[in-house]
Write a protein that binds this ligand. Structure first.
Ligand SMILES: Cc1cc2nc3c(=O)[nH]c(=O)nc-3n(C[C@H](O)[C@H](O)[C@H](O)COP(=O)(O)O)c2cc1C
Length: 364
């Protein structure tokens, strides 16, 4: 059904316009009294066995939506209605910004992949904080991660102040906070992954979050799949040293290896981060490396090329406490989350573990 809709409607549309249209429908459905509960009943049936705890948070399951789909936190309830166990909003920057010129989102259908160079188009942390404040007393709200990044016009040397500003404004609304230093579409952003820069940045964001709230808001860093293995180890060591709560691995890649799409087309698309199936293997490698280095002392959220319950289970047994997806949602549609949950339930039952948490890191 969704495949037909995708082939007949979405595939013929500009990908960003299709995103806006689909997201509009999701929000509309969620705003109709009674319909939200009905859709949730069908698409997000809850298997109590999948309930899990991570980052000190109780979640209905381990499977969330990766950052970038809902940059401004406008559709949280709609996305939860579709069955995501948690929703990461953002990336939100200190100041509002339009992002890069369009077109900036491209489908590689044969590869079940996307290339994007959105460039953190978002309304800025002040406006998003006001929106989150207005919904602060909503009941049944899902777990919300807030992902923050650097405003493009802010110099690299002033990056910390920009992150701190967002953290101060947003921490109180976050179930967890993510420092994004890994998007390829803001010039210089990924330089912030150098440990000598990243350490002080994360420390300052930690202090800012603590100033803004009386409770501990878990803080994570999101890293790129293009880091060298030694850099991954260094970031893991630093995260442990700083008392960070976790790491999200991974963001999109600047690599273009192994694509079925013609080299000419890939060249024509140009710069941007590649996501979806081609990212699967490297994302898993990065996860394994982080797990080996941190041995369960940090919460790991795996993202990158997760398309099936088998993929998600694979990440869990290799050390992911939680998993996220984005690109497969575009290709698989609104029934994807239901399939993922069913598959995860089946895996859990077959495994003999009682909970997801018991299965985490169990692969030998
Ligand atoms: C169109 C698009 C926009 C994205 N925007 C962001 C973003 O703003 N911040 C971020 O941390 N990651 C962003 N991502 C990366 C995803 O959260 C995720 O890490 C990546 O796509 C790999 O997962 P996937 O293979 O399941 O898509 C974006 C991805 C896509 C496809």
């Amino acid at each position: 059904m969704y495949k037909l809709l995708f082939d007949l409607v979405f595939k013929k549309m500009d990908p960003e316009k299709a995103h806006h249209l689909a997201f509009f429908w999701i929000r509309l459905a969620a705003s109709v009294p009674g319909l939200r509960q009905l859709v949730k009943l069908v698409l997000a049936p809850q298997d109590r066995a999948l309930r899990t705890t991570a980052l000190g948070l109780d979640l209905p399951g381990p499977f969330g939506l990766g950052a970038g789909f809902d940059k401004n936190g406008v559709g949280i309830d709609g996305l939860s209605m579709l069955g995501f166990d948690f929703v990461e909003i953002g990336t939100i920057t200190g100041e509002p910004q339009p992002g890069n010129p369009e077109p900036r989102l491209f489908r590689l259908v044969e590869d079940r992949a996307l290339i994007n160079r959105m460039g953190f188009n978002n309304q800025g942390s002040e406006r998003v904080a006001a929106r989150l404040a207005a919904r602060a007393h909503t009941s049944n709200t899902p777990v919300i991660g807030i992902n923050i990044g650097k405003t493009k016009l802010v110099e690299e040397a002033d990056a910390t102040a920009d992150y701190v500003k967002s953290a101060e404004r947003l921490a109180q609304y976050a179930d967890y906070l993510v420092v994004n230093v890994s998007s390829p579409n803001t010039p210089g952003l990924r330089n912030l992954q150098t440990v000598s820069t990243l350490g002080p940045l994360l420390w300052d964001v930690r202090q800012a979050a603590d100033r803004a709230t009386s409770h501990h808001v878990p803080l994570l860093v999101k890293i790129a799949p293009d880091l060298a293995d030694e850099d991954i180890d260094e970031i893991a060591d630093m995260a442990l040293h700083l008392g960070l709560d976790g790491i999200i691995a991974t963001n999109t890649t600047i690599g273009r290896d192994g694509l079925k799409e013609s080299a000419e087309r890939v060249e024509e698309i140009g710069m941007g981060g590649l996501s979806g199936a081609p990212l699967k293997q490297r994302s898993l490698e990065v996860l394994k490396r982080l797990r080996a280095r941190t041995e369960g002392r940090l919460t790991l959220i795996a993202v990158g090329g997760i398309e099936t319950a088998d993929d998600a289970w694979d990440r869990i047994v290799h050390g992911a406490d939680l998993v996220q997806g984005y690109s497969a949602f575009i290709y698989e549609g609104p029934f994807w989350m239901r399939r993922m949950h069913k598959g995860l339930s089946a895996h859990l039952r077959r495994s003999g573990f009682r909970t997801i948490a018991e299965a985490v890191g169990s692969a030998k």
